[in-house]
Design a binder for this molecule. Structure first.
Ligand code: MN
Length: 242
């Protein structure tokens, strides 16, 4: 979330993302963009029919949504419109409704720019044990787009089709082991900087330096007892590779 303008407070968006990741942020943005035009339309119709209570209800609801999404100018406008409607100042309400419509367009433009950055990051999980694949998927699938491979050869083939943003790679694999898969990834010019996290049986974990020397970016020990360890390692590596 690099840009921030007067129309959208990106700190608020970042907080929504912190709570529920990209899927939640996407859903909330989509809901806002779907519902706000209906509320604005209802406010216009209320004014046209001289029903300022209807205007007040609509802008009150829109104001709450503007707060959730972090749209300060829209929020202020709704507050002013609410007050003017309550005071029955129809001319001023009519005038300000035009500004409200424009302000929503500005917010919409900013949010759509954010949405472009919101596609889920892709993670490839290479692990021969279905139990572990299921566990890793359960931890990650709300936040990332997951592809699963059961062995090294399958992973190498899949990597020719789509390059993920990060790979979680089991070391002990039938046939081609994790180290061999890693060395093939590193030999490929397009993937030499691809973050690869070793997934290793606890018994194999001894020397963090060893995994880093082998060319892994990090490692996570199996069994995964604390999902936050895996999530934070992934987040760190993705942030560094941006
Ligand atoms: Mn294995």
């Amino acid at each position: 979330m690099s840009h921030s303008g007067p129309f959208v407070d990106t700190a608020i968006l970042a907080n929504i993302r912190r709570i529920g990741g990209d899927p939640l942020l996407n859903k909330i943005i989509r809901l806002f963009l779907d519902l706000a035009p209906e509320k604005i339309k209802a406010a216009y119709e209320g004014e046209k029919n001289g029903d300022l209570e209807a205007v007040e209800r609509s802008v009150h609801s829109l104001r709450s949504s503007a707060a959730t999404i972090g749209a300060p100018i829209l929020y202020e406008l709704c507050g002013t419109l609410e007050r003017l409607s309550a005071e029955n100042k129809r001319d001023q309400v009519a005038e300000l409704l035009c500004a409200l419509k424009e302000s929503f367009q500005d917010v919409k433009m900013c949010l759509e720019k954010e949405k472009i950055d919101l596609s889920m990051k892709k993670i490839m999980v290479v692990e021969d044990n279905p139990d572990n694949r299921l566990l890793v998927r359960a931890i990650l699938e709300e936040r990332y787009e997951i592809t699963e491979c059961e062995n090294g050869l399958q992973a190498i083939e899949a990597l020719k089709q789509v390059t993920p943003d990060l790979v979680i790679l089991d070391i002990s694999l039938p046939g081609m082991d994790g180290l061999e898969v890693l060395s093939r990834i590193r030999a490929d010019q397009n993937m030499k900087d691809l973050p690869v996290i070793a997934l290793t049986a606890h018994a194999m974990v001894g020397d963090r330096e060893k995994f880093l020397l082998d060319g892994f970016d990090d490692y996570v020990a199996k069994p995964i007892l604390d999902e936050n360890v895996l999530l934070s390692v992934i987040e760190q590596r993705l942030a560094e590779s941006e």
